[in-house]
Design a protein around this ligand. Structure first.
Ligand code: AMP
Ligand code: MG
Length: 488
């Protein structure tokens, strides 16, 4: 395990031409204070977690003691925001510090979020407030714990720098980690500016470093598009199955590695409401929960467009046509596992659709229902009262449960075995808004313990945490008043 000095940061993105990025100087936060630290990401980087105890730990990330040999950079991109093309975006408040190679030979980018303005900040301050930083820190680790591809987070710093949003808030700094933070919008920038030579350099960079196996295919650029489409479809299937709404699925927030990227006004479903809009600024519901698969496909068409110089129209169309069926099969497979069913996933479509309809009609909490379902008793005379009681219309549950039961009986699996298996598919703990809110309010009072405990539980959301049973509770009434917008 290495010290900070031994991490040996470097850049490979700077091998690309100058117009891909711009060198940055960190605008230091005043009195940065470590507010959250993630040992498992430290280990991923090969960094000794004990380094967090160093007096000068924050100096390395706050620009007071720069990592030797590397300058931070901000990268350029563009993207479609709420359906409209915006030609100039970029890392407006993110800076890539560099990347490290761990003992397994994996390279991980270390990025700061909130380190001050860059040429891509478009008159904004380049800062991130404590509340949004805590939400991203917690949610990215929660997603990882759930087994959903995501950027990670090493740590976050609170500070005394005032940041002006609707009111004055404290500035914070997130240290984000991913193999790559490149977005669909990175490709769109070079395509829409007519810089097709640069576009090719970017595509080659992505293929060489992240998808080298694609070099064996007839057209690696087509294979790249197909891979991105598959990864995106699968990611969104995972979101839908766990009840996660991203909130701002603009193409500049879509990862070319199929990671969940850029946590803003996200939300997890409480009761099952397919039309759930987590982003208060999304007045038309473009990014409502049940729209995500369509938007995912729409976003893939934006990257297909950007790669068109290397493809025929027919190839691009055929690749895009794979999104829907691939999404559907991924989703049905996950849902079948959540239900503990062993038959082929496509056969379960009606059962799943019927169940979702019932959950919606009866206002049943999505996470709680599936966790309770793990303990479903498949014996003929058992009414499964505790699950049944979650429904307003209990007879409607009985009808569904009878069909479910007959399917389970065909599988002929021991209930206890299935329960064990299903608990690994149905989390007990998710990052409900009210839990994030409690961690934020305590952190705003300089108490970071709630955050620390929540992180610990969310990192293994399928396990029981007896001491933290309350974190699996349904949201209190006040949770309905939490408003999450794009402001961050
Ligand atoms: P987002 O909606 O957070 O994905 O941001 C869209 C674009 O605005 C990205 O290019 C961000 O880097 C940029 N941006 C958002 N907030 C800020 C900020 N406070 N300062 C500078 N740039 C920002
Ligand atoms: Mg973004």
């Amino acid at each position: 395990m290495k010290s900070l000095e031994q991490l040996n940061l470097s850049h490979k993105y700077t091998q690309l031409p100058d117009n891909f990025y711009s060198p940055q100087v960190i605008s230091q936060l005043f009195n940065p204070k470590l507010a959250g630290f993630n040992d498992s990401v430290a280990e991923l980087l090969g960094l000794d977690p004990e380094q967090k105890k160093r007096e000068d730990f924050s100096d390395f990330f706050n620009g007071a003691k720069p990592f030797p040999g590397v300058n931070p950079i901000a990268t350029v991109y563009s993207g479609h925001q709420f359906g409209y093309y915006v030609p100039q975006l970029g890392d407006g408040r993110a800076m890539l510090l560099g990347e490290v190679t761990n003992n397994n030979g994996e390279t991980w980018e270390i990025q700061l979020k909130g380190a001050g303005p860059t040429p891509y900040s478009r008159n904004a301050d380049g800062r991130a407030v404590l509340r949004s930083t805590i939400r991203e820190f917690l949610c990215s680790e929660a997603m990882h714990g759930l087994g959903i591809p995501t950027t990670r987070a090493l740590c976050l710093f609170d500070s005394e720098t005032p940041v002006y949003r609707e009111q004055v808030e404290r500035g914070a700094l997130l240290v984000r980690v991913a193999e790559s933070h490149l977005r669909f919008g990175s490709f769109e920038f070079f395509y829409h500016h007519g810089l097709h030579d640069d576009l090719k350099l970017l595509a080659d960079y992505v293929i060489n470093h992240y998808y080298p196996h694609l070099l064996d295919s007839n057209n690696p650029y087509l294979a790249l598009l197909q891979t991105i489409i598959h990864k995106t479809a699968k990611l969104i299937a995972q979101w839908q199955a766990v009840g996660f709404a991203h909130g701002v699925m603009n193409t500049d927030n879509m990862s070319i590695l199929g990671l969940t990227l850029d946590y803003g006004p996200f939300g997890f479903l409480d009761s099952y409401n397919p039309g759930y809009i987590c982003n208060h600024s999304d007045t038309n519901g473009r990014y409502a929960f049940d729209q995500q698969p369509y938007i995912g496909e729409w976003n893939c068409s934006a990257i297909a467009q950007a790669l068109i110089p290397f493809l025929t129209i027919e190839e691009a169309k055929a690749a895009l046509n794979e999104f829907k069926p691939y999404y559907t099969i991924c989703y049905l497979e996950i849902m079948s596992r959540k239900l503990g069913l062993q038959n082929s996933a496509l056969e379960n479509k009606t059962l799943i659709d019927e169940l979702l309809k019932l959950l919606e009609q009866n206002n049943v909490d999505y996470t709680l229902f599936f966790r309770e379902l793990c303990f479903f008793n498949s014996r003929e005379n058992n009414k499964n009262e505790s699950i049944r009681d979650l429904f307003i219309n209990r007879e409607s549950f009985d009808n569904w449960a009878n069909i479910y039961k007959s399917q389970l009986q065909k599988d002929n699996q021991d209930d206890a075995d299935r329960a064990r298996q299903m608990q690994q598919e149905n989390p007990k703990y998710i990052l409900r808004n009210y839990l994030a809110q409690q961690a934020i309010e305590d952190a705003e009072k300089h108490n970071y313990e709630t955050l620390e405990n929540l992180l610990k539980v969310l990192q293994s959301p399928y396990d029981e945490h007896e001491q933290f049973e309350h974190l699996a509770q349904l949201p209190p009434d006040w949770a309905q008043e939490i408003i999450i917008s794009c402001s961050s």
